[in-house]
Design a protein around this ligand. Structure first.
Ligand code: 16G
Length: 247
C-alpha cells in the first residue's frame, strides 16, 4: 500500500506510535484511493499486512471512526465516510448553501405553531413577553439525506399569513424576502457541541447519544430582529473551519 509520503510500512524505530502510523497510512488511502462508502480492510487484515497486533489496528481504525473519516456498519465492516461540510460563516440560507455545493436542498415540515413568545425568545427577538411568534420546526435534507433540524422563531407581525404557506421544499428566507419584504442582512451565531436526544437522533438518522452541533442564530432585517433559530446539525456531516489571522 503506497502512500503520498511513499510510506508503505510501519517503522518500528519511529517515536510515532504504531497505531498513529497506521492511521496516517489509512488516511492516505481514504484521501487518495478509496471512494465514499468503499470498505477499508478489516482489522484482522490490517494487523496481518502491517505486522501489528489486532488491538493496534483497532486503535487506528477507532481513531478514524471517532474523527468521522470512517464509519462502521454492524456485521458488515468499516467504510469511508462522506467528507464533512464546512458550516457556513456567512449569513446564508440552508437552500442557498446546499445549492452552492451542487446538492439538492429539501425540508420536511415537522410542525408550525403560532405561540406567545416565551421570556427567552422575546429577549432574543426584542419583543414584549407573550408577543405572537411563529415557531417553525423543519428537518433539512441534502440530496435526501437528513442534515439538520432547524427550529426558527419569527415575529408574527413581520409575516402576517406565514402559517398558511407551505414551507416544504421552499426557502424560508426567500419567502420572507419575496412575500414580506423582510430581507435578512445581519446575524450572529453561537456554535456549541451537543448530544442528540432520542427524538432528534431518530429524525437525523443517528444513534441516540450521537454528537451534534447546536447552532443558535439571531438575524436582523435592518434594525429589526427577524429570526431566532436553534438548530441541531449532524456532527458527522458538518465541521467548523475558521481562517486565522495574525493580530
Ligand atoms: C439556515 C439557518 C436557519 C434558517 C435557514 C433558512 C443556521 C444554523 N440556520 O440553515 O436559521 O432558518 O437557514 O433556510 O444556519 P431556508 O431559506 O433554506 O429555509
Amino acid at each position: 500500500m503506497a502512500t503520498a509520503t511513499g510510506r508503505t510500512d510501519i517503522d518500528a524505530r519511529s517515536p510515532v506510535p504504531k497505531y498513529y502510523q497506521l492511521r496516517e497510512i489509512l488516511l492516505d488511502l481514504i484521501e487518495r484511493e478509496l471512494a465514499v462508502d468503499a470498505p477499508v480492510p478489516s482489522e484482522r487484515e490490517l494487523a496481518a499486512r502491517y505486522g501489528l497486533s489486532r488491538m493496534t489496528a483497532r486503535q487506528a481504525v477507532e481513531h478514524l471512526v471517532s474523527e468521522g473519516r470512517l464509519y462502521r456498519v454492524q456485521g458488515k465492516g468499516t467504510f469511508v465516510s462522506r467528507p464533512k461540510i464546512d458550516i457556513p460563516l456567512r449569513l446564508t440560507s440552508f437552500t442557498e448553501d446546499m445549492r452552492a455545493r451542487g446538492m439538492t436542498p429539501g425540508s420536511r415540515d415537522l410542525g408550525r405553531r403560532l405561540i406567545p413568545a416565551t421570556a427567552a425568545v422575546a429577549r432574543e427577538l426584542a419583543l414584549e413577553g407573550g408577543a405572537p411568534v411563529y415557531a417553525i420546526e423543519r428537518l433539512r435534507t441534502a440530496d435526501g439525506v437528513p442534515m439538520a433540524l432547524e427550529r426558527s422563531h419569527i415575529p408574527a407581525a413581520l409575516a402576517p399569513d406565514l402559517m398558511e404557506r407551505t414551507l416544504e421544499g421552499v426557502s424560508l428566507y426567500e419567502v420572507l424576502a419575496d412575500v414580506y419584504g423582510v430581507v435578512l442582512d445581519r446575524g450572529d451565531q453561537v456554535i456549541e457541541a451537543g448530544i442528540a436526544d432520542s427524538g432528534d437522533a431518530g429524525l437525523l438518522g443517528l444513534a441516540p447519544g450521537s454528537a451534534v452541533l447546536l447552532l443558535q442564530r439571531r438575524c436582523w432585517a435592518g434594525t429589526t430582529p427577524a429570526e431566532y433559530a436553534v438548530s441541531t446539525y449532524r456532527a458527522d456531516r458538518y465541521q467548523l473551519r475558521a481562517s486565522l489571522a495574525m493580530q
